[in-house]
Design a protein around this ligand. Structure first.
Ligand code: TXA
Ligand code: MG
Length: 313
């Protein structure tokens, strides 16, 4: 069965209401959504993406009131972050309510909640009339999709519908912050930076990845963002070795001839383009990708996190 592709948020929402799974754009990346309260639909997401069952999903909402359907308590810190950053590219982890099926949270007693700011997502989510759980709409392990065509490439025939929008604005997934304890803990970096979070709740800390016994963000331990090519990080563009099956992405121009080159004007453009660039390398049969590193600050922190994961293979 083919996948229905539409520009209509109403038509796409109809599939969610009938228990289907639908890919839709947000300001970060495209998500693959299902009604959070429909266990069969949620199970279908894991199957379509070939996602490991221990990786929890984020619930997307259209209005703040829906948080009380999902979480037992919206903590004081969570309320501050909601006020400052919703709608926007921030996911807040809270204790989940009884109503949320365990399959959605991969067995955890917490749930990540986010309210996208992108207009088309907001219209879609409003029409759905229920919170929509959605991981990124890629096959597990592949770079996240920033265009509807990338979703189509991975999931045509495996999902019910794709809501067509433009290429996503930010290009990296949301910042994830755990607000279940006294001190907020950043589990995944994103375009809302640690400095911005600290301006709202100064005690906010970043999870150190060393706590491997109990990874608080289970998804971060899985293979991620990997193209078929091997990825190497270089600090200077001049260190990239040219070749006809070699690609380069970064802020400066490398020496010599590469099969694919993307020179970005700034870190924002780099972040917006990185996942599509890695996909394009796969389409062209590239064997080696050089990614130039950027300063570990602001959006650069999230970008380098994704690039390092891509380089881990
Ligand atoms: O920008 C985004 O967040 C996109 C769009 C579609 O909203 N979604 C996304 O979902 O990136 P996904 O499933 O690819 O990544 C979700 C991340 C994973 O690292 C997962 O482990 C973490 O969030 N996560 C989700 N629920 C969690 C929870 N209850 N506790 C800790 N981490 C959680
Ligand atoms: Mg993902």
């Amino acid at each position: 069965m083919g996948t229905f592709v539409t520009g209509s948020p109403e038509a796409a929402a109809g599939y969610i209401r009938r228990g289907g799974i639908v890919a839709f754009p947000t300001e970060t990346v495209y998500g693959l959504g299902a009604d959070v309260f429909n266990e069969r639909a949620v199970a279908a997401i894991f199957e379509a993406k070939k996602r490991p069952a221990d990786n929890p999903l984020i619930a997307h909402i259209a209005d703040i009131g829906q948080m009380s359907d999902l979480a037992t308590e919206v903590t004081a810190n969570a309320r501050l972050f909601v006020e400052a950053f919703f709608p926007g590219p921030l996911t807040i982890v809270l204790h989940k309510s009884e109503r949320v099926p365990l399959i959605a949270t991969a067995g955890l007693d917490t749930i990540g909640i986010r309210m996208p700011g992108f207009e088309l997502s907001r219209r879609f989510l409003k029409e759905c009339g229920t919170p929509v759980v959605a991981p990124s709409a890629n096959l597990s392990g592949r770079p996240s999709p920033t265009t509807w065509q990338a979703v189509f490439e991975d999931l045509d025939g495996r999902i019910d519908c794709i809501l067509q929008g433009d290429a996503t604005e930010i290009g990296l997934e949301s910042t994830v912050v755990d607000c279940t304890g006294e001190v907020p803990v950043v589990l995944r970096s994103g375009s809302i930076t640690i400095a911005e979070l600290r301006r709202v709740v100064p005690s906010t800390i970043v999870a150190d990845g060393s706590d491997t016994d109990a990874p608080r963000s289970p998804g971060m331990k899985h293979r991620h963002y990997s193209p078929s090519a091997s990825v190497e990080i270089v600090s200077n563009a001049a260190d990239a070795i040219p070749g006809d099956r070699t690609a380069f992405i970064g802020l400066d121009r490398p020496n010599g001839n590469f099969a694919v080159v993307l020179i970005c004007a700034d870190v924002d453009e780099y972040a917006r383009g990185i996942f599509e660039f890695l996909r394009e390398c796969d389409r062209r049969g590239i064997e080696k990708v050089y990614c130039q590193s950027v300063a570990d600050e602001g959006l650069g922190t999230a970008l380098m996190d994704r690039v390092r994961r891509a380089a881990m293979g």
